[in-house]
Design a protein around this ligand. Structure first.
Ligand code: GDG
Length: 738
């Protein structure tokens, strides 16, 4: 059941049905099979309750909504309200173009097939934009939207603009490639694609590897923080998760016993005449390893001629994209291989390969699964592969078949008892076929029963429920962590407190609070908006403003020295009361830095792009400009080394901050710094805002009536939270403008 109060809306490239000869026909494909089964279960659970609303399903279709409604009613299709999306002929080119000529080959590691056409990318963006506009006409703010697959990577962010309360989930059905592969997309595309999909509250992948690849790309290519399964960017928080798609295992188990399937089985038995049967079924596609599989079969009969006349390989290729010349050529190549291999080995009463280029009906497919001694599922790369699971679900328990599975399919990480092969290793495939054919019934049963248990325990219903529950929780977290924790009544109360107070104190951190981070700290300079807000604050004589930062006093003097503000530099090592001179509290010579500097220098050598910043009262190793993943790893090691060096030292500490590791005197911290400057906090209105660990020292010393705000993620003593510096400026503007 969708756990949210709104409706469930699915968006996928195609609708699950189309109309043929005025009848409703279910489209084939993994997603359709999965969602259709899920919806059936959902509908069953909902029957008789008032919450009997249908799932809205948007997808590209040539049929009209009225026609679909009409034939759905006639066919008793009560699960989905099918809403066709009609794109102009030009817009529809996004599918053949960017989707299938770029994302599909790149994400499946067929990089030589990617054409990187700019026009295609533009069409992809246009299509996503026009679909988001169309879909948003139907949305209510508390709907749950589940977007499927690589056709719509930009859609989550586009729909998020419609309403921030929407729950948006995205599921990727194909692999997500390693960042070295994804890097081949031009910079601007990869940034837009990542930020686009990060508009979702939850992004689901089939397996952990794809999720890892995605978080590495996020870290490498966009300004972000990744903590465990959570990614935080300018778009907000997004949870990542691995949800291996399942099948309706029970339905397959039941169907293979049906009389219709038995009729099909008889026809197959007659055709293979007591031979043992191997099979494969795939859509025509270069990722499926069809051609390589044929070569492996040839190798098998060459290496193990005793199986000639004994085994038949039934290969079904389902027509797909065959209007495209390269697919037509692929088909011809496959067919000529089949002909060549059959010519090589066939005898009067035995043909090694029976080949069908067609779409099987469900009964034919299940009969084939049930009768086969072994399934040869050998894709070169595959997001998951449902055929492997369907094969397991359709086996007769008294004599189950054996699954030979490519280690390149997502399913391989789940179906551990399958006999795995590398699809490029013909020798291994041939040997594994032999092993499978020679397994004893007990061995086969033992392998199969474990696999069966897995596909029953994590079936399509568990998969969809898991995803939707995780989505609901992620959306809840997202809402809680939003800057908008300071909204409505709370905000009004703060403003009232502000207006009533005759003395007010603002304690404002700089980096990450008044100004966003920049890879080069010297370039993170105050924007005109910052000056405007500050001068507005300072124009009211009741207001005292303190800029309290980790920056050195030269930086603060340069950018704020002209203003009538108090300045605290280097976390309290120096301060300047407005209108007077700088006072340096920390006056020790620099000798204390030497051992730490030596350690840090080693790390600068090891981590290109990192550098040391030397301040009066601290030493900071920055890695914002370094490789983010490597930098983070190295930072941990540096922290360990420094902590070791600082063992038993009561004067200095080392800390990890935002892309930095720092060593500084224990006595120097923002809390003590503010106390030294102000002497007392006996002020009726106090607002303190900061983004990192060092600001916690300030929050800790403030009286309980102070309004404290943390910017960004992470634990904090602050009462409220904002997501970014823009929200800080908005709050200050709200207070000072009437
Ligand atoms: C993606 C990913 C991922 C196939 N031939 C016939 C037929 N089928 C049905 C099977 C199965 C489905 O189509 C194919 O499943 P795949 O897993 O191969 O999925 P894809 O649609 O290629 O696409 C893939 C999947 O999404 C799910 O996330 O596993 O990795 O590429 O259900 O039964 N059905 C019938 N006749 C056929 O000839 N009736």
């Amino acid at each position: 059941m969708p756990p949210h109060s709104g409706r469930l809306i699915i968006i996928s490239y195609r609708l699950p049905f189309h109309i043929e000869n005025k009848k409703l026909v279910q489209n084939s494909g993994g997603l359709v099979s999965a969602m259709f089964s899920y919806a059936k279960g959902l509908y069953k659970n909902k029957e008789g309750t008032e919450n009997n609303s249908k799932i809205l399903w948007f997808g590209i279709s040539e049929d009209t909504r009225e026609e679909l409604k009409h034939v759905s009613e006639k066919a008793n299709q009560n699960y989905f309200d099918l809403i066709p999306i009609h794109l102009s002929k030009e817009e529809d080119g996004f599918y053949e173009g960017f989707c299938n000529n770029q994302i599909w080959p790149l994400f499946h590691y067929f990089t030589h097939l990617v054409d990187f056409s700019k026009e295609d990318y533009k069409l992809y963006k246009n299509a996503n934009e026009s679909i988001s506009k169309y879909v948003s006409n139907f949305l209510n703010p508390n709907d749950t939207i589940w977007i499927h697959d690589y056709h719509f990577l930009l859609l989550p962010k586009l729909l998020r603009n419609f309403s921030s309360s929407l729950e948006i989930g995205f599921f990727l059905h194909i692999p997500f490639p390693s960042y070295e592969i994804f890097k081949q997309f031009p910079r601007i595309w990869r940034e837009e694609l990542l930020l686009g999909v990060l508009g979702a509250d939850l992004i689901g992948f089939h397996i952990f590897d794809y999720m890892q690849h995605f978080s590495q790309c996020v870290l490498q290519f966009i300004d972000s923080h990744v903590e465990g399964n959570w990614v935080s960017t300018t778009e907000g928080l997004t949870r990542l998760g691995a949800f291996p798609i399942g099948i309706d295992a029970q339905a397959f188990e039941q169907d293979y016993l049906s009389s219709k399937v038995k009729i099909e089985e008889k026809a197959i038995q007659k055709a293979i005449a007591n031979k043992r049967l191997m099979f494969s079924v795939d859509r025509l596609d270069y990722t499926k390893g069809i051609f390589e599989r044929l070569l492996a079969i040839e190798h098998f009969f060459n290496k193990y001629p005793e199986y000639k006349n004994e085994v038949v390989f039934n290969m079904v290729v389902v027509p797909s994209r065959d209007h495209i010349p390269s697919y037509q050529k692929m088909r011809l190549d496959i067919e000529s291989q089949v002909g060549r291999i059959n010519g090589l080995f066939a005898s009067l009463d035995w043909t090694p390969i029976t080949y069908q280029y067609k779409h099987l009906n469900r009964n034919e497919l299940i009969a084939l699964y049930a009768l086969s001694d072994l399934a040869l599922i050998t894709p070169i790369r595959d997001g998951m592969n449902l055929v492997a699971k369907e094969f397991i679900a359709s086996q007769p328990p008294h004599e189950p078949g054996v699954l030979i599975l490519s280690e390149m399919a997502g399913t391989a990480s789940e179906l551990r008892e399958a006999l795995t092969i590398n699809p490029n290793d013909l020798d291994e495939i041939a040997d594994t076929i032999k092993t499978a054919l020679e397994l004893s019934p007990t061995e086969k049963h033992s392998l199969w029963s474990n696999l069966k248990e897995r596909i029953h325990s994590y079936d399509v219903f568990v998969w969809a429920n898991d995803f939707l529950h995780a989505l609901h929780n992620a959306a809840k977290m997202q809402k809680e962590s939003r800057s908008d924790s300071l909204v409505g009544k709370i905000l009004e109360n703060i403003k009232t407190n502000y207006l009533n107070a005759e003395k007010r104190l603002f304690l404002l951190d700089y980096d990450g609070t008044l100004s966003p981070f920049h890879p080069d700290p010297q370039k993170a300079i105050p924007s005109p908006q910052v000056y405007e807000v500050l001068s507005r604050l300072l124009s009211d004589s009741y207001n005292e403003v303190v800029i309290i930062s980790g920056r050195n006093h030269e930086f603060l003097e340069r950018w704020f020295g002209e203003l009538s503000v108090h300045l605290v530099a280097e976390h309290g090592a120096s301060h300047k009361i407005k209108g007077s001179e700088w006072h340096h509290y920390w006056n020790q010579n620099d000798q204390w830095k030497e051992p730490y500097q030596n350690i840090m220098r080693e790390f600068v050598k090891r981590c290109p792009g990192s550098f040391i910043e030397e301040k009066k009262a601290s030493l900071v190793w920055h890695y914002r400009k370094a490789d983010p993943i490597y930098g983070k790893e190295i930072a941990k090691t540096l922290l360990k080394k420094l902590s070791h060096q600082l063992q038993n030292n009561t004067e200095f500490i080392c800390l990890e901050g935002n892309h930095i590791v720092e060593v500084r005197p224990i006595l120097i911290n923002k809390g003590d710094g503010a106390k030294r400057l102000l002497k007392s906090f006996d002020i009726p209105f106090i607002l303190a805002i900061g983004d990192d660990r060092t600001d916690e020292d300030l929050f800790a010393v403030l009286p309980s009536h102070a309004h404290t705000v943390k910017v960004g993620k992470g634990k904090s003593l602050a009462k409220y939270r904002f997501q970014n510096p823009e929200a800080v400026l908005r709050l200050l503007e709200y207070l000072v403008f009437p």
